[in-house]
Design a protein around this ligand. Structure first.
Ligand SMILES: [Zn+2]
Length: 627
């Protein structure tokens, strides 16, 4: 993540600036609940899993202890080399929690992990338990698959979180020494090397923002320029798998492994913003447009192919075979955020909203202790195709990239709500929250109160303001078809999707009321998506809905129903799924079986928010329903 404060001196090119984590306090409602579950259940659960899976013991071995290295090994005996990153992502999550207060047991656990990491680092700065314990200690012998830079990137991100929120620089000292070693070997004039899994590029930019040392930014820019020249070779899936088939500037479309592509483009935006490199930024914007229009699922999920965890061809978006890794949806939030900061365009906040409420949130159970690696949009009755370990929500995974990625995302979520710019304060995502910011060097306090996403009213009260006029901007989401804004004078006017700019000489107590209409929307797919042609999906506000076996009107398979378009779907309360949860009552008709007369008996099935599926036992699910 790259969400905290950035040094203004090196980000003159960004349109918008992030707030510090402590400047936004989520108070109650949907996101307060998710953030609390993450803090109270998911993060402690994560530590237990780090211990049980061997991740912490591996670091102990690197520090000199005796024992057997533990990591998932494939049938050929090849072990996952990147499990250190599980610990780093978990630590990053704990780092972002400091402003809310870290429970003593979690603080003690984090302290233990930090001490382990510190003791595992070699005197020369190198740190990677897999190389140190399994590979004989010779660094950087397998840049294509070894994930050494990738792991360092996550270490840096954890260090940055702790630096910003806890003023605890123990990790930053470790990360800086490790990065210095890499910069010495791979910096300008040194060895040409890039990682098979991007990720370090954005971390290096963050390290420059935190330390003020330009050499990390220079290294990140160099790694970006070196990609696309065949340094990584063909690999198992061809050079596009790791985006080495074309340069970062020239590649027209997203390609290959989804998380790799999106992390790479995160680094490209960060470097472009710091260096004022519009050509590089334009390349990412071009790929993003292609990604949004041809390769993104309704849930904001990305990745159509299991084989290489990759994008498919344009409009290749099968709902049942969707790979849609949780990490990919998270990576799209990270990239959307960077593009939002760089450009100020609300379309990026729209994409963040779609992904976070659907394709990201679905990765965690409502309890916060079970996870999905893949997030398909359909699961058939009696499914057989899912690979072992991917059948349903699991408490952990042999390749555990997703769960701690969710943890750090939710623990930093308040940082995605608002930004500042030269003109004022912008609200991008809605949650009941108090926001303290500075506009033109003067303190501003805004109090947002809302029942979003279940209710569409958002009240924004200015509680502290300078005397000079400034701009309070509110996003009307792209999905919204009807909305009004009631101004300070009490007059309501209709407003359209996009940013609403409200510039005035504010007084404490001034309040804006944004009222977003939340009808159930019946969504048609793009006709070019063959796999769901003739189907519809149901949405309300930012949420995509799905039907599950548990909510069918009679004991027939989910596949045996179609939408009854003669009747309208309507919202209904679903309190058993959480406070204020709104479901949708969907009129359906049973399909005729072989030899039956065509059915037209109108029944009603319940649809639940997609993020809440698979919380009531195994069963079939579908987002797209035949009409
Ligand atoms: Zn993952």
């Amino acid at each position: 993540m790259s969400t905290g404060a950035v040094l203004p001196s090196v980000t003159a090119q960004a349109r918008l600036r992030p707030l510090d984590p402590a400047q936004v306090t989520i108070l109650e409602g949907f996101w307060a609940d998710r953030v609390r579950i993450n803090r109270e259940r998911t993060i402690p659960h994560g530590f237990d899993q780090l211990r049980a899976s061997g991740v912490l013991d591996n670091l102990r071995l690197a520090a000199g202890a005796e024992g057997q290295y533990r990591a998932y090994a494939d049938t050929a005996g090849a072990m996952l080399p990147f499990v250190d990153s599980d610990a780093y992502k978990w630590l990053e999550a704990v780092g972002w929690e400091h402003d809310r207060g870290v429970a003593p047991d979690v603080a003690a656990a984090a302290d233990e992990v930090i001490k382990l990491i510190t003791s595992a680092q070699r005197p020369d700065g190198y740190l990677n338990s897999f190389v140190q314990v399994v590979r004989g200690g010779e660094p950087h012998q397998d840049l294509a698959w070894g994930h050494e830079f990738y792991c360092l990137g996550h270490l840096i991100q954890a260090a940055v979180a702790w630096h910003r929120t806890a003023a605890d620089d123990r990790l930053l000292e470790v990360a800086t020494r490790a990065a210095d070693r890499v910069a010495q070997e791979f910096g300008p004039g040194g060895r040409d090397g890039i990682d098979g899994h991007p990720g370090i590029e954005m971390a290096l930019v963050e390290l420059t923002r935190v330390t003020g040392e330009e050499r990390y930014l220079t290294l990140a820019a160099r790694m970006l320029e070196l990609r696309g020249h065949g340094l990584l070779g063909e690999g198992r899936f061809g050079p596009a798998y790791w985006q080495d088939h074309a340069t970062v500037r020239d590649a027209a479309d997203v390609a290959g492994h989804v998380v790799r592509q999106l992390y790479l483009d995160c680094g490209a935006v960060d470097v472009a913003v710091e260096l004022g490199d519009d050509g590089l930024l334009d390349a990412v914007k071009r790929r993003w447009r292609d990604l949004m229009s041809t390769r993104t699922y309704l849930t904001g999920g990305m990745g159509s192919r299991h084989r290489d965890e990759a994008f498919g061809d344009p409009y290749e978006l099968p709902p049942d075979r969707a790979y849609t890794e949780t990490c990919a949806a998270i990576a799209s939030v990270m990239l959307g955020w960077r593009l939002l900061l760089a450009t100020g365009d609300s379309e990026y906040a729209d994409a963040i909203e779609r992904a976070i409420y659907n394709g990201v949130l679905s990765g965690s159970s409502l309890t916060g202790t079970e996870f999905f690696y893949t997030n398909p949009l359909q699961r058939r009755t009696g499914r057989t195709y899912e690979p072992p370990g991917h059948e349903g929500r699991q408490p952990w995974y042999p390749c555990a990239c997703c769960p701690p990625n969710l943890m750090r995302t939710f623990s930093s979520w308040q940082q995605y709500l608002a930004t500042t710019g030269d003109e004022g304060l912008q609200l991008h995502q809605y949650a009941s929250a108090d926001i303290d910011a500075e506009v033109a060097g003067q303190p501003v306090r805004v109090e947002v109160r809302t029942g979003y996403p279940w209710r569409g009213q958002v009240s924004v009260r200015v509680a502290a303001t300078p005397d000079e006029p400034w701009n309070l901007s509110l996003r009307v989401p792209g999905w919204c078809r009807s909305a009004t804004l009631t101004g300070v004078d009490g007059t309501a006017v209709p407003v359209a999707p996009g940013m609403l700019h409200n510039s005035r000489r504010w007084q404490a107590g001034d309040t804006l009321l944004l009222d977003l209409d939340l009808p159930v929307r019946v969504t048609e797919p793009d006709p070019r998506v063959d796999a769901v042609r003739g189907c519809v999906a149901f949405e309300r506000g930012p949420l995509v809905y799905c039907l599950e076996t548990a909510d069918l009107p009679r004991s027939r398979p989910l596949e045996d129903f179609r939408w009854d378009s003669r009747r309208q779907p309507v919202p209904v309360p679903r309190p058993e799924l959480g406070d204020d949860v709104v479901g949708i009552s969907v009129p359906v008709v049973p399909l005729a079986g072989p030899g039956d007369a065509p059915g037209d008996e109108s029944l009603t099935a319940g649809a639940v928010p997609y993020y809440a599926w698979a919380n009531r036992g195994p069963g079939a699910m579908r987002v797209w329903l035949p009409r």
